[in-house]
Design a protein around this ligand. Structure first.
Ligand code: GLY
Length: 557
């Protein structure tokens, strides 16, 4: 894990909007679980105006681009899983490599990766997909006008929002942004805890997009400003007007798996998340006899889950990449017989020796929100700039940050990256290719009705976190908010025999000793997840925000 990691503060107490207790009254308008209160307020405004889950998701995504700038975005990309009118959809608005990108672009003359080149500055940015993705979702499903869905975001940008302490801490955690390669401080250096922060350039950009539609971003004045940013300063970015014009959103078949009477509707490649989540859930079920009588989060529980995670990460590094460029054996990877065989290889007594493969390159900062409406529709959205505040490059005059998603590619396939892990050839850089992701926006349905909407940031921790919460709720029968508050841990094949813990719930000495006896070392991963989920019990939505973050769960009446 990089040193620049996110520390979280519990902002909920300050704003008085903690995950609200759910009343038994019938659902009036919907519910939202958002990583901050402004995203929740945007969804609530749109749901009350008669919008559906898709409208609310569009409104929240634009609002978070203003008030959650470390991950909410116009200049990044993401995935949305939807369940609309009884049918499942998956929208891939992931960034793409510019046409001029090459497998050598982050390597020096000797072929070694150049520190930070894929992380900070214009060269780190992929072609953004968010605005086009949200526009296509709105055009297909929205009930309200595009401008109506964007109105809350424009309001927060123009009139400002109160800066939470967690946001200022996030900025402090990213000294790379002030290195001079990026112009981040010019826009975000003035944010102060508790003060109102206004973003007039961003407000104007949002107003233009509201008026002119997504073409404004890809070929209008906003595109011109982005092009000017690519050539401004020392480092030149690769994104061209042709890249912007060529950007395509892809509507993919969601990955749907049967699990314990539920349909798990989740992310297909270019995310590794859905395949990994399905493997985790299925192998844990296959290994049920080993888990019998094993207490949640006990040392033996952690060992067994690590054994499963190890196998998932081995597959991930070897097989997964953009399916439009490499053949991903998705069906084989979630084949029940294959997973039963893999689960059968779990050693209940000690860690299996790791294979010589490791996970791809990822940064933890991303964000997720979940929405349901009164018609039974749901939207589960995870989007990202990749690193906290992305490449740190603000498009001057337009006020939005560019992603550093290029770092999600294997900068040099087969070579260890700065965190000591290697990526596979399937995820090598190629023009117009999408980098491998772990984002796992997921919806569970039972008998055709939405039962759970869930997701989180966390890079390679994303699907192991979603998996743990689903296991807590469905295997251990914990209420959703209790499950979110439980400690989470992570293992990813390499570093060998290492179990990671979050700062939110460090491992006790007793636990560390017990894991050491089983052959593991423990490490603080320096980063907390941020699950935003809604469970639906009959007609009643139970939203819950992760106590690790500044999120809000809200039933909208
Ligand atoms: N950038 C994080 C992910 O896509 O998984």
């Amino acid at each position: 894990m990089p040193p620049s990691i996110r520390r979280t503060f519990c902002f909920l107490a300050l704003i008085g909007l903690a995950a609200m207790p759910v009343q038994a009254a019938p659902l009036a308008a919907g519910a939202v679980a958002s990583p901050d209160r402004y995203g929740a307020l945007a969804a609530a405004e749109v749901l009350r105006a008669g919008g559906n889950a898709a409208d609310a998701a569009v409104a929240t995504a634009f609002a978070l681009a203003v008030t959650y700038p470390e991950a909410g975005n116009l200049g990044g990309g993401g995935f949305m899983t939807l369940y609309m009118n009884g049918k499942a959809y998956f929208v891939d608005y992931r960034e793409t490599a510019p046409a001029a990108a090459s497998a050598q672009m982050y390597l020096d003359a000797k072929g070694a990766p150049i520190t930070d080149l894929s992380l900070t500055g214009p060269l780190a940015a992929g072609v953004p997909g968010t605005v086009k993705g949200l526009a296509e979702i709105h055009a297909r499903f929205g009930k309200l006008s595009w401008a109506r869905d964007m109105a809350p975001a424009i309001h927060f940008a123009r009139d400002g929002f109160v800066v939470p302490p967690a946001l200022v801490q996030e900025r402090a955690d990213e000294p790379r942004l002030s290195s001079g390669v990026a112009n981040f401080d010019r826009y975000f250096g003035v944010m102060r805890t508790g003060a109102v922060f206004r973003q007039p350039d961003l407000a104007a950009t949002l107003r233009r997009i509201a008026k002119n539609g997504p073409a404004e971003f890809y070929s209008g004045k906003t595109a011109d400003l982005l092009m000017a940013q690519m050539t401004r300063g020392g480092a030149r970015g690769l994104i061209t007007t042709a890249d912007l014009a060529a950007y395509k959103v892809v509507w993919r078949e969601p990955l749907i798996a049967d699990w314990r009477g539920y349909q798990v509707i989740t992310a297909p490649p270019p995310s590794s998340g859905g395949i990994a989540l399905t493997q985790l859930l299925t192998m844990k079920q296959d290994a049920a006899p080993l888990f019998k009588g094993v207490a949640l989060n006990s040392p033996q529980y952690m060992h067994l889950v690590s054994e499963i995670e190890k196998r998932v990460f081995a597959d991930r590094a070897e097989y997964l990449g953009d399916p439009d460029f490499v053949k991903v054996p998705a069906v084989a990877l979630i084949d029940p017989a294959y997973l039963a065989r893999r689960a059968g290889q779990i050693d209940p007594a000690k860690p299996s020796p790791p294979a010589a493969v490791a996970p791809g390159l990822e940064k933890p900062q991303t964000t997720h929100f979940s929405v349901v409406d009164k018609w039974g529709n749901a939207a589960s959205n995870t989007y990202t700039l990749n690193g906290s505040f992305g490449a740190g490059v603000v498009v001057e005059g337009a006020g939005f940050l560019l992603n550093d998603e290029m770092d999600d590619f294997s900068v040099k396939p087969g070579a260890p990256n700065q965190f000591g892990v290697v990526g596979g050839a399937a995820n090598a850089i190629a023009p117009n290719k999408r980098p491998l992701s772990s984002m796992s926006p997921t919806i569970l349905t039972k008998d055709g009705a939405v039962a759970m909407v869930i997701g989180t940031p966390g890079g390679s921790r994303i699907f192991t976190s979603v998996f743990q919460v689903l296991a807590d709720v469905y295997d251990f029968h914990l209420p959703l908010s209790t499950a979110l508050a439980k400690p989470r841990f992570h293992h990813q094949l390499l570093p060998e025999n290492t179990i990671f813990f979050e700062p939110y719930a460090p491992a006790s000495k007793v636990l560390v000793d017990a894991l050491r006896v089983r052959g593991y070392r423990t490490e603080d991963q320096g980063y907390n997840g941020d699950i935003e989920a809604i469970e639906i019990d009959g007609q009643t939505p139970v939203p819950a925000a992760d106590p690790r973050g500044r999120g809000v769960g809200m039933v909208v009446r």
